[in-house]
Ligand binder design. Structure first.
Ligand code: TYD
Length: 136
């Protein structure tokens, strides 16, 4: 069973001109980075996600604004707030996740361990529970 909530604290290089965070494969991001995507222009009352991945590992970083993310490993569930560009939340394999409560200025950047592959998604919650429990 995957640990439910795994944060990564990024070092912030800051001076009078502002702040800088560098994300590097197999250093502060725990895999080879194959893809980066970002979500913006969300509506606070239109949640997204509602899936798990079989093999993909991701790190979600709210680079602007805030949102909530419900994490569910099939046994435990918890909601955490993403509101810092200096913290990443690991979305590990077989972690059902739902993002909601987006601020108007929310930009959610996601670093992924592989290219987009729809066949890696589990989009049905009952299928997710069946697969998690089959692998216990
Ligand atoms: P999806 O992963 O379902 O979004 P969310 O989990 O945030 O609700 O993706 C939405 C759509 O975008 C879906 O049609 C697949 C497509 N998509 C890509 O083409 N490439 C990508 O890298 C991602 C993440 C999604």
């Amino acid at each position: 069973m995957q640990q439910l909530i795994k944060w990564i604290d990024f070092s912030v290089i800051g001076d009078d001109r502002g702040s800088l965070v560098a994300l590097e494969a197999n250093k502060n991001i725990p895999f080879d980075i194959k893809r980066v995507y970002y979500l913006f222009g969300m509506q606070s009352d239109l949640p997204r996600g509602f899936h798990a991945h079989k093999e993909l590992i991701q790190v979600a970083v709210c680079v602007s604004g805030s949102c909530d993310i419900l994490m569910d490993n099939g046994k435990d569930k918890g909601v955490v707030k993403l509101n810092s560009p200096s913290q990443g939340l690991v979305i590990d394999v077989m972690q059902w996740h739902e993002m909601s409560n987006f601020s108007d200025d929310c930009v959610l950047m996601v670093i992924a361990s592989d290219l987009y592959d729809e066949s890696d998604y589990i989009r049905n919650y009952d299928d997710f529970l069946r697969e998690v429990n089959a692998n216990v």
